[in-house]
Design a protein around this ligand. Structure first.
Ligand code: URA
Length: 421
């Protein structure tokens, strides 16, 4: 078998066999297929797609490129994953809410990619927190307090680490077969028995239209079934950023505001829905029963107390959460209703002010970020503050034009488009 024949086959829109896909994944991990050859194949896949069998073979080949976590000693464990968005901090709330309902959550999270943020970066803004747990520490924590969040270990799904890094720099991130196999190989390797996926669609997401989101969801639900993981996908709106705060320590603050019932916004509604689906799967109860339980754990602060317990268990010092000192208010120069907050531009902007990485080596400023003062359909007058930017960078050349203001309101944006199971 040789890589040039395989690239040519995909270039000619032919389906690859199980053996060819295994050969590609194994040889790339071993270093026998070079980055430039893999880039070429990834681009051919991005353009010419893969059928369901090819995606299944690719997922399994990636899964088998590393170690799998054995969580059967924990009983039913529920996991979640988002395809990535701007201001997407749901894990910070969902994990403690679900754990406080008596369901075990063992979550391996990632860092920010491109304009989207990552849970590990957000949690790392809490001084001293330990996020590289050993397998034993991870399992013991879930046994003791029903939840744990850690980075994926280096020896799991090795193929995904290499392939994702390459996709990030070769314009091949937004491919459905590559997204499905990347997410599901990691989730299967993490050992959970039930899974809730938040499939984001819109300008700030990797998937831009509902048909693609539906296809991705169906593929991931089927990959789950093939591996005995009951999987539910919520297709949700990422045309607008989630919540008001974007940037690592600012997102921790917003999560705390929601867990302490100081804030009620669309982020909280999504957190309640994701948590309810996880609790429903974990306890085998109806979604309505699960939702009632989730709301009561938020109201009586059990979920917040679980959050504090988790941070303390992983050695974090939440009292020392850093705050930005240099703030710039961006004001409106017109009056009217806010009809668009471009999630993609906002994600890019937060990267430029230091909250994300433009290059893999960049060091994050955990205090950098943006607080949106207004949301869709809010009225603004001339001089009103649209958002506040926290940064230690020079902002003189930065374009802050991310909000559209018009004379009329628009229809209220939908939060959840569809649920696929
Ligand atoms: N998240 C992942 O883990 N992989 C992708 O390919 C896209 C989002």
């Amino acid at each position: 078998m040789n890589i040039i024949d395989i690239i040519t086959k995909k270039k000619n829109k032919e389906a690859l066999s199980k053996e060819e896909i295994e050969f590609v994944v194994n040889s790339y991990v071993d270093g026998n297929i070079k980055d430039y050859q893999m880039s070429s194949l990834l681009m051919a896949i991005t353009i010419n797609d893969m059928n369901d069998d090819e995606i299944h073979y690719l997922t399994n080949a990636m899964l088998n490129s590393g170690k799998k976590l054995e969580l059967s000693s924990l009983g039913i464990v529920v996991d979640k994953h988002s395809t990535g968005g701007v201001g997407d901090k749901t894990t910070l709330m969902v994990a403690p809410i679900v754990a406080s309902c008596g369901v075990k959550v063992a979550k391996m999270s990632g860092r920010g990619l491109g304009h989207t943020g990552g849970t590990i970066d957000k949690l790392e803004s809490i001084p001293n927190i330990k996020l590289n747990l050993t397998e034993e520490e991870f399992i013991n924590e879930v046994k003791n307090i029903n939840m744990a969040i850690t980075c994926q270990t280096d020896n799991m799904v090795i193929a995904d680490k290499k392939i994702y890094a390459l996709r990030d720099v070769t314009g091949t991130v937004e491919s459905i077969p590559l997204i499905a196999s990347s997410i599901m190989s990691k989730k299967i390797a993490s050992g959970a028995s039930k899974l809730v996926l938040d499939v984001k669609v819109g300008s700030g997401a990797l998937i831009k239209n509902i048909e693609d989101a539906r296809r991705l969801s169906n593929i991931m639900v089927n990959l789950g079934k093939q591996n005995n993981i009951e999987t539910v996908c919520l297709i949700t709106n990422m045309d607008i950023p989630l919540g008001n705060n974007i940037g690592n320590s600012l997102e921790i603050e917003e999560a705390i505001d929601i867990l302490t019932n100081k804030k009620d916004n669309e982020l909280k509604s999504l957190v309640i829905e994701l948590s309810s689906y996880m609790v429903s799967l974990g306890l085998n109860i109806s979604i309505e029963e699960a939702r009632n339980m989730v709301i009561s754990k938020l109201n009586d602060l059990s979920a917040y107390n679980k959050f504090l317990e988790f941070i303390k268990y992983q050695n974090g010092n939440i009292e020392a959460l850093p705050k930005g000192t240099k703030a710039y208010n961006i004001k409106s120069n017109m009056e009217g209703y806010i009809t668009k907050i471009d999630a993609y531009k906002l994600g890019r902007l937060s990267m430029l002010i230091g909250a994300g990485r433009e290059n893999k080596e960049d060091i994050i400023d955990y205090t950098a970020g943006i607080i949106l003062n207004k949301k869709i359909n809010d009225y603004v007058g001339i001089g009103d503050i649209l958002f506040t930017v926290y940064t230690n960078k020079d902002i003189s050349n930065i374009d802050f034009n991310i909000i559209d203001i018009t004379n009329n309101k628009i229809e209220d944006p939908k939060l959840i488009y569809e649920v696929i199971k």
